[in-house]
Design a protein around this ligand. Structure first.
Ligand SMILES: CC(C)(COP(=O)(O)OP(=O)(O)OC[C@H]1O[C@@H](n2cnc3c(N)ncnc32)[C@H](O)[C@@H]1OP(=O)(O)O)[C@@H](O)C(=O)NCCC(=O)NCCS
Length: 145
């Protein structure tokens, strides 16, 4: 399938589009909108968009914490296109991007509901489960060295 990935510039019109989709997928089903807290570090993160037939359908953000560790945040796929393999391809792109920046380990603060997804992407649980936004979360990590 013709899925292409681009790096989205912070605060660009494309970033605003990605924010709306992120909100639709990750906040509105919880009866919430993106908060200032949700986006406060976006200027320090790399934003990846996945395009299917030129339409933005998925995305995530990435931050190289230092040269060996990268965190992945806000992984989302448009609702009607979930479970078609796009999420896994997005994670593979993010992983390769992080590797190209020298990262040797990835971390994600995953929702427990998506644990199986992250395991399919090669991540393992680390630490205890915790609650954020009334949802059980589980940190996951993957060595990519
Ligand atoms: C989680 C999410 C990013 C996965 O993307 P996706 O495109 O739907 O996933 P894929 O089709 O690439 O799935 C890959 C594998 O993970 C599994 N999987 C996907 N989403 C899952 C979920 N929520 N729970 C359990 N397993 C899941 C799929 O069954 C698939 O396994 P298979 O190959 O054996 O069929 C996407 O469903 C999503 O945006 N969900 C809502 C937001 C969210 O929960 N984001 C993660 C927050 S930490």
């Amino acid at each position: 399938m013709p899925l292409e990935f681009n790096i989205i510039n912070y605060n660009s019109p494309e970033y605003q589009k990605a924010l709306r989709l992120r909100e639709d997928v990750m906040r509105k089903p919880l009866g919430l909108l993106l908060s200032e807290e949700d986006v406060k570090d976006d200027g320090k993160r790399i934003h990846i968009g996945g395009y299917y037939n030129d339409e933005l359908i998925c995305g995530c953000s990435l931050r190289i914490i230092h040269h060996k560790i990268a965190h992945i945040y806000s992984v989302f796929v448009k609702q009607e296109l979930q479970n078609k393999g796009f999420g896994q391809r997005l994670m593979a792109y993010a992983e390769n991007y992080a590797k190209s920046q020298g990262a040797k380990r990835l971390y994600v603060e995953g929702r427990k509901a998506a644990k199986n997804f992250y395991q399919k992407c090669g991540f393992s649980s680390c630490g205890l489960e915790y609650i954020d936004m009334n949802i059980v979360h589980q940190d996951m990590r993957k060595d990519i060295a």
